[in-house]
Ligand binder design. Structure first.
Ligand SMILES: *Cc1c(COP(=O)(O)O)cnc(C)c1O
Length: 360
């Protein structure tokens, strides 16, 4: 008997394949690979090392993430998507060849005061309609002029903006945002970037100088389609195994609250994964898992360490058999649809208890 607990199997071949697909979609753009949140749960050092020769820059959301890449041997530039949080960090940013976004006056003023060992590369973040971060359109010229004067930063600025509805193919808001971005940066020197995964797949005019792929690198669609429709391959297969196979009588409930009772005699499979591993607790009855070449439904409530599936009366499944929660055989987008939880959230919520295994 060998029951392997929850394991995320990560494929570098799939990762490289997806990068190639992305390059073909945007052949004239540089690639800023987004590896924030531990590379969307895939392991930031592994992913960045695997991709370093194929990309121009990495992007993260926190300085700690950038420094962890540096201490693990990554040498390509790293962009802080939300900029620096504390002006005391500016010398560290300069020394480590980290690039920063500037999105507000506080950051501008901090840069003016800063004493840094070498000039920092700065990207001006422009709010074109997301209304979350960025300087407003009528402040762009002011920030541009002010930044240009600073000896603390490199003479070549970059320009960043972010779409709020790039996944909605019938919305004209993306075009509005793109027009605003081009207008605001017209006659200004420096790389422009506005497209993340949705922009890359659906808005080729938005590719500009650099693209910022996140979720599609991991083989996952940013919309309610599946990644395979765009030629992408899931990088993660989330697996576990059967911890028990039990005879179950018609009319008997299973699990906490007894929320499901079986309409017939059957066999119940107990799978060694639960919300303590980051598998969502609130999935409806019938949410699929993949086992021995077929889909079986989750029944009863997901608990912390286990969940239960209806294997059917004739099942030949054995303790130790591998179960796939999401991956090539069962797209995470399908689980997202059942659970009402975005793929982005599912993939980043796995807990440290899940074993990470790097295959190929
Ligand atoms: C997270 C993020 C991205 C990547 O988004 P995806 O939809 O995963 O491709 C790109 N740019 C910014 C500013 C982000 O915060």
């Amino acid at each position: 008997m060998n029951v392997k607990p929850a394991t995320a199997k990560i494929s570098s071949l799939a990762l490289k394949h997806n990068l190639q697909v992305i390059k073909e979609k945007a052949p004239h753009s540089k690639i800023i690979a987004v590896v924030k949140a531990n590379a969307y749960g895939h392991g930031v050092v592994f992913v960045s090392s695997a991709l370093e020769s194929m990309v121009d820059c990495f992007a993260v959301a926190r300085l700690e993430e950038a420094l962890s890449l540096r201490s693990n041997g990554i040498i390509k530039p790293i962009l802080l998507l939300e900029g620096f949080f504390d002006e005391k960090d500016l010398p560290i940013i300069a020394v480590n060849n980290i690039e920063t976004v500037v999105h507000n006056r506080e950051q501008l003023e901090a840069l003016k005061r800063a004493v840094v060992p070498s000039p920092i590369k700065v990207w001006l973040k422009i709010d074109t309609g997301m209304h979350r971060l960025g300087v407003s359109l009528d402040e762009v010229d002011y920030f541009y002029q002010e930044l240009k004067k600073l000896p603390q930063i490199q003479p070549h600025l970059g320009f960043v903006s972010h779409f709020s509805r790039a996944d909605e193919l019938d919305s004209d808001y993306t075009q509005v945002q793109l027009d605003r971005f081009l207008q605001a940066t017209k006659n200004k020197e420096g790389d422009r970037t506005i497209a993340a995964s949705g922009g890359i797949l659906f808005w080729p005019e938005a590719h500009l100088d650099c693209i910022r792929p996140g979720i599609i690198m991991y083989g996952i669609s940013p919309t309610d389609t599946v990644g395979a429709e765009f030629g992408l391959i899931p990088v993660m297969n989330l697996t576990s195994s059967l911890l028990a196979v039990r005879e179950h009588k018609k009319g008997e409930p299973v699990g906490y609250g007894g929320i499901w009772t079986s309409p017939k005699d059957t066999k119940i499979g107990v799978v060694a994964i639960g919300y303590g591993d980051g598998y969502p607790r609130d999935v409806p009855e019938g949410t699929p898992v993949y086992l021995n070449g077929r889909i079986v439904p989750i029944v009863g409530r997901v608990s912390m360490d286990m969940l239960t599936v209806d294997l059917g009366a004739d099942s030949q499944d054995k303790v130790g058999d591998e179960v796939i929660l999401w991956g090539k055989e069962l797209p995470i987008e399908t689980v997202a649809k059942y659970s009402g939880i975005l793929s982005y959230e599912l993939i980043t919520k796995l807990t440290p208890r899940v074993i990470t295994e790097y295959v190929d």
